[in-house]
Ligand binder design. Structure first.
Ligand code: CTP
Length: 215
């Protein structure tokens, strides 16, 4: 099977030297890419800026902004059997990007922000999609309720929920997996590399099941 995986943060420029971003390390997405390759799958890894060595044998597409990630995902999604959107895409970007460095002044200032496009939502509502669609949800509270809402609104097949207070910038994670049919699965705290192996098996099985159903 071919996995398309997004990983890491995006950077939304303010001016040539400044940007808005977040603390995502990309470790979970890269671990899923490694695990999928180890299991014999092909991997297209669309990555925001991270400090990680790219996995051998993956097709790597490096992007910076949410718009670049949106474009790369849409260009490659139909060649994938499973799309796993693990990236921490910025939810907002500056309404205007200054061509020149913004100078300091003694006054208060503010930056007008506009929403970015939601890549997961756009894939979920893509007409006649054939790939299995997996989203991630980073939550700090009401994990199951918030993630169930995301699964429905973004129309994905699986949502993997992690507690944002544990997951960011660490090597460990604890996961709750929600399936479209209402089934749930918990995986207790473990290194991201171990969790990734488990996730790849779960995603491949779900894709196999949905193919069997369609036959
Ligand atoms: N996502 C995306 N494009 C965006 C924002 C998020 O594809 N512009 C995807 C992420 O890759 C992830 C999922 O949506 O798979 C959920 O991301 P999360 O940040 O938890 O949720 P949001 O929809 O951004 O909602 P909120 O931040 O309000 O919890």
């Amino acid at each position: 099977m071919t996995f398309l995986i997004t990983a890491g943060p995006t950077r939304e420029p303010i001016d040539p030297v400044r940007y808005i971003s977040n603390r995502s390390s990309g470790k979970m997405g890269y671990a899923i890419a490694e695990a999928a390759l180890d299991a014999g799958h092909d991997v297209i890894l669309i990555s925001g800026p991270v400090n990680l060595a790219p996995p051998h044998n993956a097709k790597i597409i490096s992007v910076s902004t949410s718009d670049e990630m949106f474009g790369a995902v849409h260009q490659h999604a139909d060649s994938a059997d499973i799309c796993v959107l693990c990236a921490a895409v910025a939810d907002y970007k500056p309404a205007r990007v200054s061509r020149l460095k913004i100078k300091k002044s003694a006054d208060e200032t503010s930056i007008e922000l506009i929403p970015t496009r939601d890549i997961l939502h756009s894939l979920g509502h893509k007409p006649a999609r054939k790939f299995l669609l997996v989203g991630f949800a980073a939550e700090t509270d009401h994990l199951e309720a918030n993630a169930t809402k995301k699964l429905r609104e973004k129309n994905c097949d699986i949502i993997v929920v992690n507690d944002a207070r544990i997951a960011m910038e660490t090597d460990e994670n604890e996961l709750l997996i929600l399936f479209r049919d209402g089934e749930t699965k918990k995986i207790s705290r473990a290194p991201k590399k171990i969790l990734a192996r488990e996730l790849v098996k779960i995603f491949a099985n779900s894709q196999q099941k949905s193919l069997t159903k369609k036959m």
